[in-house]
Ligand binder design. Structure first.
Ligand SMILES: CSC[C@H]1O[C@H](OP(=O)(O)O)[C@H](O)[C@@H]1O
Ligand code: ADE
Length: 287
């Protein structure tokens, strides 16, 4: 099986350099237009597809990002593995600004987004107990080490609706829940990647201590941008090291590439042909 590595760039990461044969491609999807064109090319032998989540120039707010179109477009271009890069606030002293966290759990507090490709006419329930891919997380960890990053393995990402940052009370609540970091975009992205049977890992770059820390000012965009600017080279180095860190392609040991096996509940004769047509890329393997 051929591997294609998808990279979703978050705040501050709108382009990647160093791809051979790089070209921006417009992709149409049944779910509308993605955030921007997608940059395709190669690092060594590995095919890469890059998508800036907010669009070049940071056009889309977290609530307005076309998450379904983005994941469908990556799938349509043959992406098998998605590494999602995000700026986050930290709830732990040890997760300091400039550090990277390979998140492995999420709490979804978003409420104004479409969260599934499925629905009336084709109902599906994929497993999501372990929302990230361990094999891909291992590769990200190896690439981060090769790039010399301070990297933490494991952590819970609280996805908030935004676009305003958290209040002090919310920040303390999420910290007391045991969350590690907070951001506004990993949901429903991770859910949709699972429905589309792609391996998915989030690498979160800590930019601030959100609004709970007694010794730090509450987060604002200036603080986020200052930390992103100082550390964006680290994120780019991690991306450059990733292809070499990926092991051989092949069926995912976690089962990400078979997530739709046994997930569809709607009887074949009750399925809506119009919805099935929209699912051609996402669920083409089983429909
Ligand atoms: C610029 S601060 C808030 C903004 O940054 C994060 O974006 P991303 O996850 O795409 O890196 C956060 O989720 C907010 O969208
Ligand atoms: N403190 C924070 N809250 C939400 N999203 C963020 N992105 C970066 N820092 C953040």
């Amino acid at each position: 099986m051929q591997r294609t590595l998808g990279i979703i760039g978050g705040s501050g990461l709108y382009d990647i350099a160093g791809l051979t044969g790089a070209r921006w491609e417009q992709v149409e999807t049944p779910w509308g237009a993605p955030s921007d064109a997608l940059l395709t090319g190669h690092i060594g032998e590995t095919r890469i597809v890059f998508l800036p989540r907010h669009g070049r120039g940071h056009v889309h707010s977290p609530s307005a990002i076309p998450y379904r179109a983005n994941i469908d477009a990556l799938k349509r271009l043959g992406v098998t593995d998605v590494v999602s890069i995000s700026a986050v606030g930290s709830f732990r002293q040890a997760l300091a600004p400039g550090h990277f966290v390979i998140v492995d759990q999420f709490i979804d507090r978003t409420f104004a987004r479409e969260k599934s490709f499925f629905g009336t006419g084709c109902v599906a329930h994929v497993g999501f107990g372990h929302p990230t891919c361990t094999r891909l997380g291992d590769a990200v960890a190896a690439a981060g080490a090769a790039a010399g990053l301070t990297l933490h393995r494991g952590g819970t990402y609280l996805a908030m609706e935004g676009p305003q940052f958290s209040t002090h009370a919310e920040s303390l609540l999420y910290k007391n829940w045991g969350c590690s970091v907070v951001g506004m975009t990993a949901m429903p992205e991770a859910k949709l990647a699972r429905e589309a049977e792609m391996c998915y890992a989030t690498v979160a770059m800590v930019t601030d201590y959100d609004s709970w820390h007694p010794d730090h000012d509450s987060v604002d965009v200036a603080a986020v941008i200052a930390t992103l600017g100082a550390n964006s080279a680290g994120g780019k180095a991690l991306v450059g090291a990733l292809p070499a860190a990926l092991g051989p392609a092949g069926s995912c040991p976690c089962g990400c590439d078979r997530a739709l096996d046994n997930a569809i509940m709607t009887a074949p004769d009750k399925r809506d042909p119009a919805l099935l047509a929209k699912l051609d890329a996402v669920a083409g393997r089983i429909l």
